[in-house]
Design a protein around this ligand. Sequence first.
Ligand code: PMT
Length: 407
Amino acid sequence: MNTVLKDKNIVIGITGGIAAYKAADIVSSLIKQGARVKVIMTRNAMEFISPLTFETLSGNPVYYDMFSRSGAWEIDHISLAKWADVIAVAPATANIIGKVSHGIADDLLTTTIMATKAQVMFAPAMNTNMYNNSIVRENISALKEKGYIFISPAEGRLACGDVGEGKLAAIDDIIQAIADYFSRKQDLKGKRVLVTAGPTREYIDPVRFISNPSTGKMGYAIAAACASRGADVHLVTGPVSLSPPDGVNIYSVETAQEMYEKVMELYPSCQVVFKSAAVGDYRPETYQTNKIKKDNDQLTLTLIKNPDILKELGKQKKDQILVGFAAETQNLLEYAIKKLKEKNLDFIVANDVTKTGAGFKEDTNEGLLITCEGETIAIPMLNKNEFAHRIIDEVLKRSPRLIDKNH
Ligand code: PMT
């Protein structure tokens, strides 16, 4: 029994696949755990299973008609969109995923998804080749990047006889994923969190600078995840081309020195720091106020060290939890542990940036979370939003002083 589901309003969207019959177990399990459930079926889903099953299990009418109105004053897709705390589409076909990722709203389920501010989750179920089709994969990636949660399908023998990935995830896993969403929901409420993201620019002259390939995706994902869990988030960001996450305080900086000053100002009032920015270690000793002319065959730059922001945070630490990041190309564990110790951190996330799908620019990340007690937790390849939540989950589990007793 998952008490976190009690009194939650959950819309289950059912689309037309053979796994539609399994949605009966999902609805039944949610009702047993005290959730309120309303079901939207697509026309194709009704070819596989009767709405009567879901009406009986949920105790509510099943919604499927765009133009029906439950009450004279209510329009279903708007009222369902507002009512829902979560919309979970299970099973989700390639069709619904494709439609939502391209903004197509042509039936009750898609219009409700477009109109909602609730978290939308998809549990895909389809033939292996369809699931592995690059178009479907691109649609899934695009939706994940926008914050939609996917509950990965299982591997096994599919209804069509093929064997592989594409089977609807186990019912317990789907229920757990919904419960996880609610239980993580406000666990940082009342906490002030400082996040840094993106690269810094170390200017040589007004039009040239030294920088690195950081896009800010990792840091922005952490800021968004902390905000979604109720934290008061302060994001100090280098120059990136991302939209600021909802409800986050943004401070834009360019150089390491500017980042240092803003971070130091915010630090004393924060309880947690995620330092995912890729800060330039060096800057040119002299800045040329006018554009340097290319009169000489050679140009020698002397670089001097920038302040190590995180090391300074480590020195001044009172009761803050400090989470550093390390982007490495070799000796991942050894170098990350060295940084953890030298900078007096509580945790460090070690990224092997030579791995495809990890580190700079990618939408996904994979890494090791290392604690100051010497524990190493492997975080698998996940989109950066989910990676961020996993890091926060693991940090919170090991930081009792951060847990909100009222949560
Ligand atoms: O932005 P993305 O494209 O999504 O890429 C994400 C990322 C790869 C940049 C991110 O996951 C990451 O690994 N960030 C750390 C990058 C790095 O190069 O770290 P570092 O090993 O140079 O520094 C270790 C730690 O000290 C970092 O937390 C860094 O923010 C901090 N540091 C470093 C130098 C400095 N002068 N001041 C600092 O605070």
